[in-house]
Design a protein around this ligand. Sequence first.
Ligand code: GDP
Ligand code: MG
Length: 437
Amino acid sequence: NLQDKLDRAFKVLKGQGNITEINVAETMKEIRKALLDADVNYKTAKAFTDEVKQKALGQNVLTSISPGQLLTKIMNDELTALMGGSATDLDLSKNPTVILIAGLNGAGKTTFSGKLAKYLKEKRGRKPLLVAGDVYRPAAIDQLEVLAQQVDVPVYTNRESKDPIGIAQAGVTEAKQKGYNVVIVDTAGRLAIDEALMNEISAVKDATQPHEILFVVDAMTGQDAVNTAKAFNDRLDFTGAVLTKLDGDTRGGAALSIKSVVNKPIKFIGTGEKMDALDVFHPDRMASRILGMGDVVSLVERAQQQFDEKEAAELQRKIRKNKFDFNDFKNQIQQIKKMGNMKDLMGMIPGVGKAIKDVDIDDDAFKPIEAIINSMTPYERENPDAIDQKRRARIAKGSGTDLVEVNKLMKQFGDMRKVMKQMSNPAAMARMMRGAP
Ligand code: GDP
Ligand code: MG
């Protein structure tokens, strides 16, 4: 996938002292190849790598930051900008707000219509009405009705009519009469872009004057997704794109290209067939995911897997009472180690990734700390305050470390206890242990 390819591209820079015209050019070539392989459109990939290269060359490389790390940061910022900077919300200010759903057959329009209805109802407190505008196949109406029932949103249909324009208009009228404040008009697609389809959807647009036109596209169609987006945008001037089927191993190239090719924001991504598999599109999160820099969601999930809730509650209690001792400390280190590669994990925490990138954190970092704690007696572990200089000297000897290191740990442990009331999460703790800011 894209991630692996970028990793390989960065390897070119590994071990290089600083960013020079030559090594950055080579790396950019690799990155461009990786982007093209991930279905990013050529113009986008070229513009992107040129921009990154220019920024990289203008940077003073700090000795503590490797060129690869610096490039990752620059790329993260650029990718985020490329995908629109920040999330773009729907305009829901009108009453009713009319949302027209457009796209090719099989893109996921009907599925998305259902998901959007659920999202607007449950997350945005709206009263949506679905409109079945795909009049050519009775099965399409059935499908929307099934989904509407699942999400418990009413749907306007007219099985006698073969006139999508009339149905869309009637749907909006129905919404006004019955007090629905959002109208989601599902429409028919075609297998490929053709005049009949474009004429029909344009006519629906003219008749209903939608406030949002969402172009739904299957992310798995790669480069075609961008071409389709361009064709629909030329005719409809849509207000946002929805990338579906971004679950599983789908390449993210379309997400990178769409914004730059049609200059319209991606507003949602579909990540599965179920009605709750919908996410608001966040460019920064997508960029982080692509680069493997940070993903708060997976961090939380991983942390949750490892932390027994009861244990956490007990720990909280101890922290509150300032009874946190070396046994708990040792426990926490083990928990942290269980969660996997330290640096990866901490990189997922916003703000921390940057702070630790010049700090060498790995499981080995805990070895001397664990050795010191192992050399304490049970009494000492439970009573950190009782560990005087004499005990420290013994612990240093027993653990194969030295007094300086033991003192350092004692000081850090003391500091840590002080601030633990606010920061009771393991990552923050690990940061303090390393003495990082
Ligand atoms: P339409 O022809 O544009 O209305 O497309 P549909 O909504 O009928 O979807 C076509 C197929 O894609 C269906 O089997 C959906 O279940 C599936 N689908 C839609 N969105 C997603 C998604 O985000 N992820 C996955 N895995 N499947 C999806
Ligand atoms: Mg459909």
